[in-house]
Every structure is written in C-alpha cells, then in structure tokens.
Design a protein around this ligand. Structure first.
Ligand SMILES: Cc1cc2nc3c(=O)[nH]c(=O)nc-3n(C[C@H](O)[C@H](O)[C@H](O)COP(=O)(O)OP(=O)(O)OC[C@H]3O[C@@H](n4cnc5c(N)ncnc54)[C@H](O)[C@@H]3O)c2cc1C
Length: 424
C-alpha cells in the first residue's frame, strides 16, 4: 500500500472554482491541497474577456420564478448556491484581495487593472498566504475509495493523497490546452454519477460549399467583414433562436457575438439531435422586406443615375451589397433607374432574409463553455456534495450548468467553488 499524504480537503483542478474552493476551505482552518494538472494555475481565467477577465456579471442574481442567465437540465440548481455566495459576496471577496470591480455594458464586470493575469496572481498570493499546498503538474490519474467515506487520490508522479473531503473542480472540456479535458466526468462516473451529454457552447458555425452552394462564395468575398443583423436560426420551419447583433463573415462560415450568443440552441440541435440549422440574416433589423423596399426606392429616386452596386453605399458596408448582388446573379453595374419593381422586391427579400445552410458547429477547441456535465439531480444544491458518495463534492463547469456569455460562467465558478469549499 502506497504512503498516503493526509489532507482534510483535496481539490482536483486549479481553475476558478477549484481556487475558490481551496481558499474557502483553508479560511475555515482546514489543511488543503490543490492539485493542478498544468504547470500554471488558472490558465482558462487568462482567456476570459479577451485577456481582461470578465470576472462577473452584476445580473447573476437569479429569481426563483425564472432563471434567466443559466442553462442545464435544471437551471434552478444555481439558486441556493447564489443565495449562499452570490455576486455581492464575490465582489466583496475580490475587493478584500485588492481587486476593484469596474462595470461595463450589460452588467459585465472587469477588474480595474483590466488584466486577467493580475486576478490569477492575487488568487495565487492568497493561496500561499493561507499555506495551501499547491502542486502544479499534478494530473490526477486515479481515485480509489478507502473504506466507506475516504479517498486515495493518485497524481502523475505517483504520490497519493488521502482525504475524507474530495472536491472535483476539473472544469469542462473547451480549449484543452488550458487543462480542461473532461477528466472530471470520468471521475464522477466512477462513483455512479450520470453525465448529461456534453456539447460545446459559444462557437462559430461552419458553412461549406456542400451545405450551401448558393451563398458559400459570399464568405470568401466578405471574409472579415462585420455588420449588424437580425439573425434567425431555423430547423425546418421552426424558429429555434433569434438575436440581433454583430455578424462576421469568416473563411469557415459565420461568427461574432450576434451568432455566438445563439449558438447554444444551434449546437444542441446539431450535437444532440443531429439536426442542421438554417441561418437567415436581415441587415435592416426591425424592418421587413416591404419597408426595406420602400427605403431603397426613396434612395434610388434621389439618385437614379447611380449604379446598383454603389447605390446603398451609405447604409451598408461598401463590399456587402455588390457581393450579395453578384452572388445572386444580378449585375451591380446596372443603373438603378433601370431596375423594375420585381427586381427591387427580390433585392429587398435578399437584404432582409439572406440565408445560409449550416454544415456544422465548431467544436470544443474553439467554444467558450461546455453544456452538460455531472447531473445536478444527483448533487445536493445546498452543499454541492454528491448524493451518491458522501465526502465527494463538485463545483464549476464540470456540473451540468452553463451560463450566458458576459461573466456568468466565472460567477458560477466562484459561487460554486465557495459552497463546495465551505464546511457543511
Ligand atoms: C476563450 C474563453 C473565454 C471565456 N470568457 C469568459 C468570460 O468572458 N466570462 C465568463 O464568465 N466566462 C468565460 N469563459 C468561461 C470560464 O472561463 C469558465 O467557465 C470557468 O473558468 C470554469 O472554471 P472551472 O474552475 O470550473 O474550470 P476550469 O477553469 O476549466 O479549471 C479546471 C482546472 O482543472 C484542471 N484539471 C483538469 N483535469 C485535471 C486532473 N485530472 N488533475 C488535475 N487537474 C485537472 C485543469 O488543468 C484546469 O486548470 C471563457 C472560456 C473560454 C475558453
């Protein structure tokens, strides 16, 4: 039998939730070890908010009648966690560590220094102040049960840690270079936990020549162009998601926040039900085809000698309208005075409903969040302890909870880390 290094709390995963769990446990006087697979802590935190760390969102206070910003099979699961440690407590926690929150649009909070690295540095400093044993490069390879409620946790160099409280904070499986490779799901399965099927959230859409031969050429002509659009995603005739926001044409398909914000529904249908969506873009949000036709007519009446391709220069990015015309087989060099009613209506239809057939959704390597994970039905929402195995706890993205973009996922990691690390 290997020698057991005894700790009161063992935490697997040094991301946002694991670090918070470690600090919380150590502040209640526990002897804690934090085992992190990568050579550095918090690698995923560094990616958030484009390196500025979108640390929280002040609207991450959920109302029990309707949880608005979180998803999963049971989004209400977040309620009791947030009641114990919500946005206000998180703000206070960071302010006490010297990190001031600054608000940006839609309640998104950033550290005043605007650097994700400084958030990680401050947390690491606190771990050391609390004498938490922090081991980097410590990928957990095996967990064994000893007796009923004790665990032996073996890391890659062969050392084995014994504990009666084991917290799994291994994250999801996006951007695997950050260390999140889905190990936690296997650990959970080992104790009989059900894993709700995972899929990547907040990633772009692939459109191929095969999936959409009609409008595929536009992606190349307009590559890198961004514009505002009302976006509708359909499966057959059913609308599955709608949004208004920025769309970017990319070499592979469509991206940018307007698309990413509705990618969850599209990804769910694609990965779980093998259904492919159609995206329709209206470049004049709030206006229908008839209204756009009237607008075009007014512009054209004022400048009848302009060429068709040049005629909407003041209302759409320069390249967009000529590219749409050419792709639809219309001649952009025609004078607008020569365009008849039928063609004008067709153009208005195109500008308010340009469609793309999605081939696939980009995967975990690019997505920001993982939907699915450890089934929350089998976890006590008040403590985050497993209902199947006493002494085993979960926090963060490994659970079947994901939030909207905008600081909601990190808030879930801080809050659930606190609850899992607390003494129950
Ligand atoms: C590009 C990108 C941008 C994002 N932007 C935002 C944003 O702006 N706002 C927001 O709220 N959220 C954002 N997120 C999501 C947010 O970063 C995560 O939801 C959050 O960090 C999850 O924290 P976690 O502790 O659950 O997991 P993670 O941060 O993934 O941490 C898990 C840790 O466990 C370690 N680990 C895994 N397996 C083992 C093992 N076997 N042994 C030891 N250690 C192990 C990993 O190395 C990792 O360090 C973004 C994510 C990405 C990828």
């Amino acid at each position: 039998m290997e020698k057991l290094l005894q700790y009161e709390t063992v935490i697997i995963g040094g991301g946002a939730s694991g670090i918070m769990a470690a600090i919380t446990a150590a502040r209640t006087g526990r002897k804690v070890v934090l085992l992190e697979k990568k050579e550095k802590l918090g690698k995923k935190i560094l990616l958030t908010g484009n390196g500025r760390c979108n640390i929280s969102n002040k609207f991450a206070k959920e109302d029990k009648r309707q949880v608005k910003h979180y998803f999963g099979n049971n989004p209400k699961f977040v309620m009791s966690v947030f009641n114990k440690f919500g946005y206000e407590e998180t703000k206070e926690f960071f302010e006490n560590l010297g990190v001031k929150f600054v608000e940006e649009d839609n309640g998104r909070m950033f550290p005043a220094g605007n650097q994700a690295q400084s958030v990680v540095d401050v947390l690491e400093y606190e771990l050391r102040e609390l004498n938490i044993k922090l081991i980097n490069g410590a990928g957990v390879k095996e967990i064994k049960k000893i007796g009923n409620n004790k665990f032996a946790v073996k890391i890659s160099d062969g050392r084995v840690f014994g504990t009666s409280k084991l917290i799994i904070a291994t994250g999801g499986k996006t951007h695997e270079q950050t260390g999140s490779t889905g190990d936690g799901y296997e650990f959970a399965r080992q104790f009989g936990h059900k894993i709700i099927e995972t899929f990547p959230v907040y990633s772009g859409l692939n459109i191929t020549k095969e999936s959409d031969s009609k409008n595929f050429p536009l992606l190349h002509i307009l590559q890198g162009t961004k514009l505002e659009a009302a976006i509708t995603a359909r499966i057959g005739s059913e609308v599955i998601a709608e949004n208004t926001g920025t769309v970017m044409f990319a070499h592979y398909g469509l991206s940018a926040p307007g698309i990413l914000e509705i990618s969850r529904e599209i990804a769910r249908e694609f990965f779980l039900n093998e259904k492919k969506a159609e995206i329709s873009l209206n470049f004049f949000p709030g206006k229908n085809a008839r209204e756009v036709e009237e607008m075009i007519q007014r512009i054209w009446t004022n400048s009848p000698n302009r060429t068709l391709g040049f005629s909407l220069i003041g209302v759409l990015p320069k390249k967009v309208f000529p590219a749409i015309l050419e792709t639809a087989g219309m001649d952009p060099s025609k004078k607008v005075a020569e365009i008849n009613k039928e063609l004008r209506s067709k153009i208005a239809e195109l500008l308010t409903g340009l469609t793309f057939q999605v081939d696939s959704v980009r995967g975990f390597e690019e997505a920001h969040f993982t939907a699915g994970g450890v089934d929350t039905k089998e976890v006590n929402p008040a403590t985050l302890e497993s209902k199947l195995q006493p002494g085993l706890f979960f926090c963060g993205e490994v659970l079947d909870i994901d939030g909207e973009c905008g600081g909601y996922n990190l808030q879930w990691a801080w809050s659930s880390g606190f609850v899992a690390g607390s003494i129950n």
